[in-house]
Design a protein around this ligand. Structure first.
Ligand SMILES: [Zn+2]
Length: 162
């Protein structure tokens, strides 16, 4: 645990999944309960998971939950947290959420995957998450070309081009 300059404990306030490096890492945010000073640290997933002081959702997983209808979200939240506990996980990640809801991670159609590989690196990680998130929200187990076209138009404001 971290201690703030004011002498109080700092609790974990949020976790962001980072996919831009070579190995998966999390950016963990801490906040002091006393003076509300905030600090963040990036760490490999194994180490970062140990920093969570309670059952937490990453921003990426929470974002999916936030977009669900208000009458569904509490039920999903409960089920997913039960699933996390049964797996001995203290952090609900985007992937764990997908496993809890679909019984597996989101798969990619071969042609959709190939098209993703043509997307420039920095944008690719974002596009990948956005597409898997959309598939997940719809209860679709796969990312397809059709979904890519749709998401491209919706989020990137581009006309669908070959
Ligand atoms: Zn403080």
């Amino acid at each position: 645990m971290l201690t703030c300059g004011c002498g109080r404990w700092m609790h974990t306030e949020g976790i962001e999944e980072r996919m831009d490096g070579s190995a998966p890492a999390w950016f963990v945010r801490f906040e002091c309960c006393g003076c509300h000073w905030k600090v963040g640290a990036e760490a490999p997933v194994d180490e970062a998971a140990k920093l969570a002081d309670r059952l937490m959702w990453t921003d990426e997983a929470r974002h999916v939950l936030d977009r669900m209808p208000p009458y569904v979200a509490p039920l999903v939240r409960h089920d997913v947290e039960e699933f996390a506990r049964s797996k001995g996980q203290r952090v609900v990640t985007f992937t764990l959420l997908a496993q809890a809801r679909n019984g597996g991670t989101v798969a990619w159609d071969h042609d959709a995957e190939q098209r993703l590989n043509n997307v420039p690196g920095p944008v690719r990680a974002m596009a990948k998450v956005e597409l898997e998130r959309t598939a997940l929200e719809r209860g679709q187990a796969r990312v397809t070309i059709a979904l890519m076209e749709e998401v491209k138009a919706k989020y990137f404001g581009m006309a669908a081009k070959g």
